[in-house]
Write a protein that binds this ligand. Structure first.
Ligand code: PLP
Length: 439
């Protein structure tokens, strides 16, 4: 069968599709696997109980025992392409209660997960544009700090339109201990990019906290990015999949701002509901209208199931309480445990860890490792431990000439303590062996 150019683009094997297959196979395998590779959220009992109770309540009115027809009707009908109106109203109320953004329903659209939102947004703001002189201009999405989220890489319908800025790497302490680093935006490099100055950037985007590193761009960095975006008349897209106010997996002192030039993307996935595929976009009404039109073509309407579960939790702020009191402390504890285990396994070796500031991963840098981390990934996979090598997290960067991109790995901290212990033991044995052999 012959596929179109579009078909070929979306069916070609990519590094990430191979990895996702490995991770999927591992989950199905009957061999014990130390799964430190995926992006699934942890199974937290208190969180699951709340979702289950809310789900059960969808069919029943607790007080009267009568069927709650509102939520059932919501799933028995398509919403309009913008998304479930009751959920959007609940979100407008919620954001306006907690921030002074003065949103209306025209500022929010829902998507089938935020990955779906990035497919829309990166194709809206990256690719071929036509200028006033009727000339074609190719515009890219500017990622101010690579490494960045692997899932952005292949979303453009034609080609790849990313431009990334490599980071400053600062040695820092964490909880008073040495052995950590933090990435910072290289604003000199960013502001001197010819593509930015010459109008070939369509939007600026960052994940905050960042997948894969757990970095949280500081408020100063965000303010500077917002100012640059305004100066060049492009939107600033903030991927808030792990950010505040839900799931709020963020330990540094950070604040969230929104204005008409900012596009905030939220998700229900990392509070524990990745399967309901619900993404939330907060943006100027012009962007929301565009997303709604794309929803109509691609999906008719976004899913309402996540909306039905989340609406009561958003209306009474339980989603925020759950995030602050349960989800955030859970991952903070996991990060502390994983750092302790890693330091024990590799304390004397050249491991440095990105300062854990949020998200559900640790980013480990094995300085001058004698092999690439893609090769390390293969060895670890043979030994039943899955991580993700760093090479894939540099969309828009020629990694062949960037050694650092071959020396890091991302490990998930969402696994239970036993799996963390076993996985880190294997990583420790293999990496110590590699450094010892090279001596
Ligand atoms: N953005 C980031 C930074 C992510 O890590 C993920 C998933 O892992 C997504 C977006 C997409 O999430 P979802 O489509 O489940 O909302």
């Amino acid at each position: 069968m012959k596929f179109s150019k579009f078909g070929q683009k979306f069916t070609q094997p990519t590094g990430i599709s191979q990895l996702m297959d490995d991770l999927g196979d591992a989950l199905k395998s009957d061999q014990p696997i130390n799964m430190l590779g995926g992006g699934n959220p942890a199974k937290i009992e208190a969180v699951n109980e709340l979702f289950l109770a809310t789900y059960r309540a969808l069919g029943n009115d607790n007080d009267t025992g009568e069927v709650n027809t509102t939520s059932i009707n919501s799933m028995a009908n398509y919403s309009n392409p913008q998304g479930d109106a009751a959920f959007i109203d609940a979100l407008v109320g919620f954001f306006n209660r907690h921030y002074d953004w003065n949103l209306t329903a025209e500022n929010i659209a829902l998507t089938n997960g935020s990955q779906n939102a990035f497919f829309y947004l990166f194709n809206l703001f990256g690719g071929t544009f036509v200028n006033e002189k009727n000339e074609s201009v190719d515009k890219s999405i500017l990622l101010p700090l690579a490494p960045e989220y692997i899932g952005y890489s292949d979303v453009h319908v034609d080609g790849q339109h990313f431009l990334s800025v490599l980071p400053h790497i600062d040695e820092v302490t964490h909880d008073g201990e040495e052995g950590f680093f933090k990435y910072r935006v290289d604003f000199d490099a960013l502001e001197s990019l010819p593509a930015l100055i010459e109008g070939r950037i369509g939007a600026i985007c960052c994940s905050r906290p960042t997948n894969p590193t757990g970095n949280v761009l500081t408020d100063d960095e965000m303010a500077r990015l917002a100012e640059i975006a305004k100066r060049y008349d492009v939107p600033l897209i903030i991927d808030n999949a792990y950010g505040m106010p839900f799931p709020n997996i963020i330990y540094s002192d950070a604040h969230l701002n929104w204005d008409n030039n900012t596009i905030l993307c939220f998700s229900l996935s990392k509070i524990g509901l990745p399967g309901v595929r619900t993404g939330i976009i907060v943006a100027a009404s012009e962007v929301i209208a565009a997303v709604s039109s794309m929803n109509a073509v691609v999906n008719l309407a976004p899913t309402r199931f996540g909306a039905a579960i989340a609406t009561p939790l958003v209306n009474d702020d339980r989603i925020k309480q759950l995030s602050d009191d349960t989800i955030k402390p859970f991952y903070q504890q996991q990060a502390t445990t994983a750092v302790r285990l890693l330091k024990k396994a590799l304390g004397e070796y050249p491991l440095v860890i990105h300062k854990p500031e949020g998200a559900i991963f640790l980013w480990l840098w094995f300085k001058d490792l004698p092999i690439t981390t893609v090769e390390l990934y293969e060895i670890l996979k043979e030994k039943g431990t899955l991580i993700v090598p760093s090479k894939y997290f540099f969309p828009g960067v020629d990694v062949d000439n960037y050694k650092h991109a071959h020396e890091c790995i991302r490990m998930s901290i969402a696994a239970d303590e036993d799996t963390l212990k076993k996985g880190i033991t294997v990583i420790g044995e293999v990496v110590r062996g590699l450094y010892d052999e090279a001596k």
